[in-house]
Design a protein around this ligand. Structure first.
Ligand code: GLC
Ligand code: CA
Length: 566
């Protein structure tokens, strides 16, 4: 018997809907809630249990809704509160729970609190945000300098000058996303209130945006200098001094009162910290997203650094990181499992092989490798079709505030990267890759919209689309459906312990799951060549799933995934 307490969110498969790109019901080129409602039967057919809905709140859309202007209103392009309630009710009828995105590290600069806050130092909302004097007073054009050297995630200073009071406000993301001041108890009360408001409406949980960043080191010191002259904010912002206290308070005040699931987006956490955020006693969150395995190809070489590289992640490194998380959290916490999301490029392009020859096989292999690990799997919309990166050819195709920011800084202002190099990096890691519209069928614009989509549809939609896959037993869709069905049927897939195998292989990722005398054996070939493999030499047992019609003894064929139970 495993020590894990049995709960529904451990047994669930979560599907991420990025509303802007999912389904457009009225031809304005933007996905919306009625569009999502219409497509719920598709998700029910896939078999998922939970939808993580990226933000649908009223927003100026500087960061596609991760900049909220009103937490209790729906973005008009997405619909109304009635549309939301209708979607929620329909989802519940189909056995699908809805998890909302809580973006509470920051708001939009158009949120009422910020509009008040910037009015003056005496305003009752002043301390809702982080205001500081510059190191040198006065506006930047007269030589004024920000309170410290921190660089925002989206390029440029993390501080914005405000002439009305000759002070600067902190924004770890875009300047339209001022950071809330969690030191202020009134801010925390407001956040707990709005969470309870949605829980009372019937939502089933929260994915918490950059929750590891809500507590800042109140000294606001300069960070380690980067090549571009700015400094790192990481150590002073991530896993800050009061973060666990705040989350425990939130848990007491809201989370513990509802039967919901919570997953915290936790950049920069290590195992020990993760065990606290998602402790098995349940005093904080149910699980967190860690990002080590999707940061494994970050580059420090070349003229610019960080995520903007062109390196392909190496399987042994990715495997070593996930093996560490699998073993490290055993019995103490719970893993979330993902290859991609709305911030990460498409799985099959990044970790698999999106050429026509190998796309389907490698997409199925990746699904296998992930879904048999221990934890709750997350599917990004379109992943179940083997949707690929966009392969952008021009800057006009890019919409993301992060891409436009780094382009401006690295190509235009500093000239350290050429246009072509930047687009090559975008091709590899840009967030827009996973935000292109869902590919429903081979009608114009992939059946996503009858109008002009807000971002280009991937031209490969005529080949890769849901309509051609839902009833094809050999499709990626049908394969994912089978992975999800197996999880419902096999407690060992959920609760079995994870045992790494063949850790020296540079080609094969293999492991066992063990529960109550039963054993699942998983072998995944991450290469496009046949590899010898003796995992099943003894008693193989029953075949659970595989992506080839015939498994050849003694080898794994290119991108083969093969799973047995005995
Ligand atoms: C998270 C979101 C990302 C957003 C950022 C700021 O990382 O996933 O999309 O840009 O936070 O809210
Ligand atoms: Ca629409």
């Amino acid at each position: 018997m495993s020590k894990d307490k049995h709960v529904w969110w451990k047994e669930a498969v979560v599907y991420q809907v990025y509303p802007q790109s999912f389904a457009d019901s009225n031809g304005d080129g933007i996905g919306d809630l009625p569009g999502l409602t219409e497509r719920l039967p598709y998700l029910a057919k896939l078999g998922i249990n939970v939808i993580w809905l990226s933000p649908v709140y009223a927003s100026p859309m500087d960061d596609n809704g991760y900049d909220i202007a009103d937490y209790r209103a729906i973005q008009p392009e997405y619909g109304t509160l009635e549309d939301f309630d209708h979607m929620l009710a329909r989802a519940h009828e189909l056995g699908i729970r809805i998890v909302m995105d809580l973006v509470a590290n920051h708001t939009s600069d158009e949120h009422g609190w910020f509009l008040e806050s910037r009015k003056g130092k005496d305003n009752p909302y002043r301390d809702f945000y982080v205001w500081r004097d510059g190191k040198t007073p006065g506006p930047p054009e007269d030589g004024g300098t920000p309170p410290n050297n921190w660089e925002s995630t989206f390029s440029g200073s993390a501080w914005e000058y405000d002439a009305a009071t000759d002070q600067w406000y902190l924004h770890c993301f875009s300047k339209k996303q001022p950071d809330l001041n969690w030191e202020n108890p009134r801010v925390r009360e407001e956040v707990y209130d709005l969470m309870a408001w949605w829980c009372d409406r019937g939502v089933d949980g929260w994915r918490m945006d950059v929750i590891s960043m809500i507590s800042k080191d109140q000294r606001f010191p300069d960070g380690k200098p980067k090549k571009n002259g700015f400094g790192e904010y990481g150590p002073y912002v991530m896993n800050g001094p009061r973060v666990h206290e705040f989350i425990q308070e939130m848990n007491e005040r809201v989370l513990s009162r509802y039967d919901i699931m919570t997953v915290g987006e936790a950049q920069g956490v290590n195992l020990e910290q993760a065990k606290q955020y998602a402790n098995a006693e349940g005093t904080e969150l149910d699980m967190i997203f860690q990002f080590e395995h999707v940061s494994a190809s970050k580059t420090t070489a070349g003229s610019f650094t960080g995520k903007w590289g062109v390196n392909k992640p190496q399987m042994p490194k990715v495997r070593a990181l996930l093996n560490k998380w699998q073993l490290g959290l055993e019995g103490a916490s719970w893993n979330s499992l993902f290859w991609n999301n709305h911030d990460q490029p498409r799985a099959v392009s990044r970790f698999g092989n999106d050429s026509p020859e190998w796309r389907v096989l490698s997409a199925k292999m990746l699904g296998t490798c992930l879904h048999f690990m221990k934890g709750t799997p997350y599917i990004l919309q379109g992943e179940e079709l083997g949707m690929t990166n966009m392969h952008f050819t021009s800057l006009d195709q890019c919409r993301d505030v992060e891409e436009l920011g780094i382009y401006q800084q690295a190509v235009v202002e500093r000239g350290v990267v050429t246009h072509d190099q930047m687009l090559a990096a975008f091709d590899n890691v840009a967030r827009d890759n996973c935000r292109t519209p869902m590919q429903w069928d081979d009608a114009p614009n992939a059946g996503f919209t009858t109008g002009k989509p807000w971002i280009d549809v991937n031209p490969n939609y005529t080949e890769i689309n849901a309509a051609s896959q839902v009833d094809d037993p050999d499709s990626v869709f049908s394969y994912y459906r089978e992975l999800i069905r197996l999880r419902r049927e096999l407690p060992i897939m959920v609760y079995g312990t994870y045992v790494p195998l063949l850790e020296d292989s540079s080609a094969i990722w293999a492991y066992r799951r063990e529960l109550d005398g039963k054993v699942i054996t998983v072998g995944c070939n991450w290469t496009d060549t046949e590899q010898p493999c003796d995992l099943w030499d003894d008693d193989a047992g029953e075949v659970l799933i595989g992506n080839y019609a015939t498994h050849k003894p003694g080898v794994l064929q290119p991108y083969e995934a093969y799973v047995t139970l005995r």
